[in-house]
Design a protein around this ligand. Structure first.
Ligand SMILES: [Zn+2]
Ligand SMILES: [Zn+2]
Length: 158
């Protein structure tokens, strides 16, 4: 399990290396991830902090408090804007890596689950072992504006 994988941002100035297998890899359909990525979902690949070596490129931190009252601090390249990694209160000892930023073969890990399917795009169909309408640790302490919540879906059929 001492395999290493490298990755980084679009312009190449921010780089990282991870060792071993992720703790968990999720597809996240939440509005925070849709907005920070500008896309329909993000891929969240979590590692213990000592599995990750961060390079020297300049990053900026965007600090967000989630509806559950937890810190979600995303790090993005100051040159090209790619969100490369983040820390989040649900996994205080982990680093989340943006799953699309690994060097090829980029998608070397397996997806364990999908979270926040309540705001997933209708055109997405992903085969994952587990789906959560929100997240197992979701416990709102404040209400986000509608643009950060997304549609409430009641469909149960595929
Ligand atoms: Zn960059
Ligand atoms: Zn998310």
């Amino acid at each position: 399990m001492s395999h290493t994988h490298e990755g980084g941002c679009l312009c190449g100035s921010v780089r990282y290396q991870v060792t071993g297998a992720p703790q968990v890899a999720s597809i996240c359909h939440c509005r925070y991830c849709q907005l920070r990525s500008g896309s329909a979902f993000s891929i969240s690949v979590y590692f213990a902090q000592d599995q990750v070596q961060l390079g020297v490129g300049a990053v900026k931190t965007h600090e967000l408090t989630t509806a559950s009252g937890r810190a979600f601090d995303t790090r993005f390249c100051t040159e090209c804007g790619t969100t490369v990694w983040w820390t989040i209160g649900t996994r205080p000892d982990s680093i989340g890596i943006s799953g699309g930023t690994f060097d090829p073969p980029s998608f070397w890990y397996a997806i364990d689950r999908e979270v926040f399917t309540r705001s997933s795009a209708a055109f997405i169909s992903i085969k994952s072992p587990e789906q959560c309408v929100t997240h197992p640790a979701f416990d709102p302490v404040h209400h986000d504006p509608a643009r950060l919540v997304g549609e409430s879906k009641t469909k149960d059929s595929p």
